[in-house]
Design a protein around this ligand. Sequence first.
Ligand SMILES: O=P(O)(O)OC[C@H]1O[C@H](OP(=O)(O)OP(=O)(O)O)[C@H](O)[C@@H]1O
Ligand SMILES: Nc1nc2[nH]cnc2c(=O)[nH]1
Ligand SMILES: [Mg+2]
Length: 173
Amino acid sequence: MAAAASPEKHFPVSWDMFHRDCRALTWRLAGAGPFDALVTVTRGGLVPAAIVARELGIRVIETICVASYGGAAGVPDTQQGNLQILKGVTDAIVALGRGDGGKVLIVDDLVDTGKTARVVRDLLPKAHFATVYAKPMGRPLVDTFITEVSQDTWIFFPWDTGLAFQPPIAGGA
Ligand SMILES: O=P(O)(O)OC[C@H]1O[C@H](OP(=O)(O)OP(=O)(O)O)[C@H](O)[C@@H]1O
Ligand SMILES: Nc1nc2[nH]cnc2c(=O)[nH]1
Ligand SMILES: [Mg+2]
């Protein structure tokens, strides 16, 4: 299934909020470990992965590089195209992620349609999949998350946004 064509609602996330939500995610993950390695889904997973790895003391960190959303210049990338794996993980991590003698934690910022999570899960079926945010379509694909938002909501991360003037509500904004 496709993501909401043009998400109606906005869910802006500040750095403070994101840090707090990542810490909350780590508390929830503490009982599921210990983890021998962390795989982060780039690029959105990089920031939560740094925070989670710091909190859980994980030092073996690998990336899986995936791209699927690509919008026109100047607008959020809300349209999902074909998913491409630009870089996979090492054989050692694949072995761990298949349950051969260790535990792998996968971290991404969010799950939306679940398309990205499905591809990553196929590669590492026994790994524990954690995201900070989840939308209903993708929720069944993750083991642990912190906050659910509706499918027609677009989450705006602090690394994609900046401070800007807001017109007064009384002006019809
Ligand atoms: O559940 P899905 O519908 O597949 O969407 C979720 C994925 O979309 C975003 O990544 P994106 O592909 O936009 O790349 P980015 O992480 O580089 O921003 C987000 O970081 C997730 O990885
Ligand atoms: N920033 C951002 N990227 C996404 N990729 C898929 N869904 C989303 C979303 O809600 N926000
Ligand atoms: Mg991503």
